[in-house]
Design a protein around this ligand. Structure first.
Ligand code: 26Q
Length: 815
């Protein structure tokens, strides 16, 4: 059964670790000069750690393969893993031995960790959530396998040229990836194009097949996902596209070598690059190919294994298998499972549908209607003809159910149809996901409630039992223990190490908030972390923050609904006050922004330019300097957040109410003792409930207010009546931040003044400014600030992804 640590061949003893380091450095990597470790020592260390993962991986797999147990497959187009080395060392409990072993090379662990590239196979929250979930599943010892795409190029790298975002390709695999294992033997074949053909089989049954296809191979690369100190290692299987052999052969024989190679590239394009939009970009064929490629390869993998292990009966399949769809991106899996079961395994419609709707579960991550995925029927017909047939059949049968439930209600049938009719008919992927799944969940309480009362209301009326909430969480190993050792050690000293696997234990910190010596130590750690962050900002932005100032941070994708604009307006308001000499009650503040804009999102890109221009004006003004600094950190990613959240005092979570499904950055900041200034939105609400409103700066309209108020929103009137806002806008209008580029920020001003501004920037301005003033006053009372800071960490236990995953496992996956 469970293999004991002592049974593993490779010991964690530092001398053994040092020996393995030498061996990998010399023999695996062929380096003999230990004076020049650059890069290679990171790989040697990763391989040394990987050897130890390998043993545990084998045992975990053997355990799962042998027994007939229920398994879950997480299907996601994105996994924002970041770095793996530090996390693996922490989870394998190798920190001390690695440090000792490295000292023999006069090397230091922190320096070596810096050499690892981020695995940036995701855009933002949704991708990072998948990575946190993988960590929690392994830590809880759950049989969950991640399936995703091995993008050759991850999230683009962001640079600034004259304050404007420039995108550069992220060739993260260039120096090799020590963590992945290619598993050629498990290669699958994915079909594209061709057509459906109907025939009668030997038993006289009418069957369908998809023929004349152009196939692409899916080659799996497995990444080990270690659990925390439990000797479990789960698998993340990432697919790479490759050309089929016979396809090439034929072309070669026809003599056109160059064409054959070009065709090969066409196949391999599928996994070349991550789409950098964190709201759906509609219609791109390559994106659709990626989605189907993931769905088909993963399902075939699971079905083939099932047949190998259980034979070709599928009556028990749903009892032992479950697919969790990370948003609608992998939703073609619904139709693909139907196809595989019917066309390739000979099941009838009813049996296949019963299996499908008992194994699929769907998580929604957005309320923005414009972000709901649609694919044109025309495109599906060409690329995936057999799947389109199946989707039409699913829809026909579904609409019959709707008609039966609401006889004669034609407009409801139209509303609920999976196919949106029109001149260019579209498949509504969220509806396909809901119809094909037994569970539909949102990612925070408010979000889940808004799904059932708004976006998916009709479906909720039909199937209330399908809908549920699973509030997001983040892994406390990466987001406290690893990224904030100072605080982690202090917490462990105070309440023991149990919090790392049971975050609710942080509650035990509560009484310590009243202890002034503890508060002082807490403050000392924060100061150390602020120093580290300050160094980073100097290095990357050439802006020098004052240590004693309040570190006020907003890092996330750039989006109008996230309202980085509101933040910048507040900064300009402070600047305006300071330049007018109105410094009474102003508390020194360092504002940090970071985040990428989708390359095609013009106004988001303009916001970056705006922030950079404002920052130039403010930071070069000597009279303003002691009070205020603004910096925009380029290329915000997982590893930046690992330095940012420990050093933050004030966390900005200021989305328009009802727009941010959950947020997860909000949780990372809270765990690390930041106070939140935020709207009544997403998981902010649950954070506020947990910590109490004395330790949270709440502001802004609520969803209900906006529904009512939005109809007669009059920004120009608000501006007219608010001297501060008027002055801020006048500064922008008169070109104070665009001296050499007159008028460039006009589109931003227009969104603020637009009565249909869905983001309510003008409407929330006053309330935001007031909340910022409360935050500043609170900060100037150090004792009470750090008391609040401790209470925030103490109340963050609920936001562990271990809790989230335990909820999924119990209520959706039934593990
Ligand atoms: C879709 C189609 C084509 C191209 C791209 C996309 C696409 C890609 C990524 C659409 C959306 C995303 C990402 C969405 C996302 O990150 N949503 C966030 O999910 C978090 C985890 O649940 C929440 O905390 C955030 O509130 C939510 O915005």
């Amino acid at each position: 059964m469970d293999k004991k640590l002592s049974e593993f061949v490779l010991s964690n003893d530092h001398s053994q670790v040092a020996e393995d380091l030498h061996r990998h450095f010399n023999f695996t990597l062929g380096r003999f000069n230990t004076d020049d470790l650059s890069g290679y020592m990171m790989t040697a260390l990763a391989l040394t750690v990987r050897d130890r993962l390998m043993e545990r991986w084998r045992v975990t797999k053997a355990h799962e393969d042998g027994a007939k147990i229920r398994k879950v497959y997480y299907l996601s187009l994105e996994y924002l893993l970041g770095r793996s080395l530090g996390n693996a060392i922490l989870n394998l409990n190798m920190q001390d031995s690695v440090r000792q072993a490295l000292s023999e090379f006069s090397a230091n662990l922190e320096d070596i960790e810096m050499e690892e590239k981020d695995a940036g196979l995701g855009n933002g929250g949704l991708g990072r959530l998948a990575a946190c979930f993988m960590d929690s599943c392994a830590t809880l010892g759950l049989p969950v396998i991640g399936y995703g795409i091995r993008y050759e190029y991850g999230m683009f790298q962001q640079k600034f040229l004259e304050g404007k975002q420039i995108e550069q390709p992220d060739h993260w695999l260039i120096a090799g990836n020590p963590w992945e294992i290619e598993r050629n033997r498990h290669t699958r074949r994915v079909k594209f194009y061709g057509y459906s053909e109907y025939y009668t089989n030997d038993a006289g049954k009418l069957c369908a097949r998809w023929t004349n296809t152009q196939d692409v191979l899916a080659v799996p690369y497995d990444m080990p996902i270690p659990g925390y100190k439990n000797d479990k290692v789960n698998t993340l299987r990432l697919w790479k596209a490759a050309a089929t052999e016979e396809f090439n052969l034929q072309e070669f024989n026809e003599g056109d070598y160059a064409d054959a190679v070009a065709q090969k590239n066409l196949a391999e394009q599928i996994t070349m690059v991550l789409y950098p939009n964190d709201a759906s970009e509609n219609g791109k064929e390559l994106r659709l190919r990626q989605q189907y490629f993931l769905a088909s390869a993963s399902l075939q993998d699971v079905l083939d294994d099932w047949v190998l292990e259980q034979g070709d009966g599928f009556s028990q399949f749903a009892e032992y298998n479950c697919f969790q769809l990370n948003d609608t991106h992998p939703t073609l899996a619904v139709a693909e499972l139907m196809r595989l079961l019917m066309d390739e395994r000979g099941l009838g419609w009813d049996e296949a549908w019963s299996i499908t709707t008992k194994t699929m579960a769907y998580t929604n991550h957005t309320l923005l209607p414009e972000a709901l995925e649609r694919w044109s029927v025309r495109l599906l017909k060409e690329l995936l003809p057999r799947l389109l047939d199946i989707i039409y059949e699913i829809n026909a049968r579904f609409l019959a159910v709707v008609a039966h439930r609401w006889p004669g209600d034609v407009s409801r049938q139209q509303r609920m149809s999976i196919i949106e009719e029109g001149t260019d008919p579209q498949v509504r992927m969220a509806y396909l996901a809901i119809v094909g799944s037994y569970s539909v969940n949102g990612v925070a309480e408010l979000h889940s409630k808004l799904l059932t009362t708004g976006l998916f209301r009709d479906f909720y009326e039909l199937w209330p039992e399908k809908f549920n909430n699973k509030t997001n969480g983040v892994t406390p190993r990466r987001w406290l223990a690893h990224c904030n050792r100072g605080l982690g050690d202090l917490v462990t000293e105070a309440i023991g190490p149990g919090w790392k696997t049971n975050l609710q234990e942080l509650e035990k910190l509560r009484p310590l908030a009243e202890d002034s010596t503890f508060r002082q130590r807490w403050a000392d750690v924060k100061r150390m972390n602020k120093e580290r962050l300050r160094e980073r900002v100097i290095q990357k932005c050439n802006v020098k923050f004052e240590l004693d100032s309040i570190f006020d941070v907003q890092v996330k994708r750039i989006h109008e609904y996230k309202r980085q604009l509101l933040n910048i307006l507040h900064v300009i308001h402070l600047y305006d006050r300071i330049t007018r000499g109105d410094t009474e009650g102003i508390v020194p503040r360092s504002v940090l922004l970071g985040g990428k804009a989708a390359p095609g999102y013009t106004i988001a890109k303009l916001l970056i330019k705006f922030a950079n221009n404002v920052s130039t004006v403010i930071n070069s003004d000597k009279t303003v300097n002691p009070w205020l600094k603004l910096a925009f950190l380029p290329n915000y990613r997982v590893k930046s957040m690992e330095i940012i959240c420990p050093g933050t005092d004030l966390s900005e979570q200021i989305s328009t109410a009802g727009k941010e499904a959950s947020g997860t950055g909000n949780m990372k900041f809270m765990m690390n003792g930041a106070l939140t200034i935020g709207t009544y939105d997403g998981a902010n609400i649950e954070i506020l409930d947990a910590v109490g409103d004395d330790h949270f700066f709440l502001f802004g309209l609520r969803v209900e207010d906006i529904a009512e108020y939005g109809l007669h929103n009059q920004p120009n009137m608000i501006i007219e009546q608010d001297e501060d806002l008027k002055r801020v806008l006048r500064l922008i209008e008169c070109g104070h931040f665009s001296l050499f580029e007159p008028g460039i920020f006009e589109p931003i001003l227009q969104t603020i003044r637009n009565p249909h501004d869905p983001w309510m920037v003008a409407a929330d301005f006053r309330s935001y400014i007031d909340a910022q003033e409360r935050a500043a006053q609170a900060y100037s009372d150090e004792d009470s600030w750090f008391r609040s800071s401790i209470l925030n960490t103490a109340a963050s236990g609920y936001f562990s992804s271990d809790r989230t995953i335990a909820d999924y496992a119990r209520e959706i996956w039934k593990l």
